[in-house]
Design a protein around this ligand. Structure first.
Ligand code: ATP
Length: 327
């Protein structure tokens, strides 16, 4: 049976970079069956709902999902999609590539972000006029699951440095639990790790990213710190991500729908194609995943480059160059 891949391009440049990733997957001839779903702003305008039932079912039934981006409706699309695939871990690698200008060459980080709770649990209230509250949810089970995943990821990927990010000096109960449980997991495994206050960590990541490897984070911290790392390595067009569940997973670029450049055909497809590489790894096609990474690396080193990297190539030019270099 071929693996079934749900493809949800969504809005803006999602419509441009998702076909690029499918082109690369098709060129590998692994025999995936692609099934397409609609979601996002345009879908809401047309159908009255940003994530139709049919698209939910596709993501639920597929072996893995490739998702592009959603615009204004992002929270109504990506949060339920992550929950449909049961994703508890958001894996966000950020590394520099030879030949590209980066604020910090020598960056090689992977953020392992808790993906189900924290301030993104969606519990907000207007108490009275001018007063609104947000409930932050942190559970022992979710902390344990993300910490186990993070330490195991570091072990399997050969990272020596593991950092647990937190702000337990202020959020004593919630981040206190996150820190306590993550430390317990590290200690039980006999693993080496350090802990870091997330604000101080932000500063150190900018100054000395080479001191860090795998960073295990609560939900919001992982979102913010991984975008910060995007700035260090050359922009959002380079960062892929995986949303990993027990049995299912969804792969998407860290960037959004980029309305400022949507429709111009100049979006950098690297983040989306690298996300497809993570999908290949996840489904066990490790050789093909390495071919994708090498081809992307080669094009990033030698060009052609899209405007975000200082070039004038189109999404199509870069995609064709990557396909040509799939050895
Ligand atoms: P959204 O609300 O959908 O997240 P946004 O504009 O707030 O949209 P991004 O889409 O992540 O956030 O874009 C942030 C900036 O990075 C924009 O200037 C955008 O053009 C640029 N950018 C993001 N992704 C890419 C890409 N793949 N190629 C080139 N530039 C990109």
């Amino acid at each position: 049976m071929p693996h079934e891949i749900a493809v949800i391009p969504g809005d803006g440049i999602g419509q441009e970079v998702t076909p690029a990733a499918v082109d690369v997957l098709e060129a590998l001839n692994v025999g995936f069956e692609f099934v397409y779903g609609e979601a996002g702003d345009e879908t809401e305008a047309k159908m009255g709902v940003a994530l139709p039932e049919k698209t939910r079912e596709l993501a639920d039934g597929a072996d893995a999902t490739l998702f592009g981006a959603a615009g204004e409706t992002a929270a109504d699309v990506i949060l339920p999609l992550r929950s449909i695939v049961g994703a508890f871990a958001n894996v966000r690698p950020a590394r520099t590539y030879p030949g590209l200008d980066a604020v910090q060459p020598g960056t090689d980080l992977v953020f392992i972000r808790e993906n189900t709770e924290g301030v993104y649990a969606g519990i907000e209230n207007e108490i009275t006029d001018g007063v609104r509250t947000l409930t932050r949810v942190v559970t022992e089970d979710a902390c344990e699951q993300i910490a186990e995943y993070g330490f195991e990821y570091a072990r399997q990927s050969g990272f020596d440095d593991v950092t647990i990010a937190h702000k337990a000096n202020v959020m004593r109960e919630t981040d206190g639990l996150f820190l306590e449980v993550a430390r317990g997991v590290g200690d039980d495994r006999g693993a080496e790790y350090e802990t870091a206050l997330m604000d101080a960590l932000a500063m150190h990541l900018v100054a000395h990213p080479e001191d860090y490897g795998v960073v295990i984070c609560p939900n919001l911290a992982g979102d913010v710190l991984s975008d910060l790392a995007a700035g260090l390595v050359g922009g959002l067009g380079l960062l892929p991500s995986a949303n990993v569940g027990e049995e299912n997973a969804l792969f998407e670029p860290v960037h959004g729908s980029a309305p400022d450049i949507a429709g111009e055909g100049i979006a950098n497809p690297a983040a989306m194609i690298l996300s497809a590489g993570m999908l290949l790894d996840h489904l066990g096609y490790t050789g093909e995943a390495a071919r994708v990474r090498n081809a992307v690396e080669s094009v990033l080193a030698e060009g052609p480059h899209t405007p975000d990297l200082g070039g004038n190539a189109s999404t199509q030019d870069v995609t064709e160059a990557i396909v040509d270099r799939l050895e």
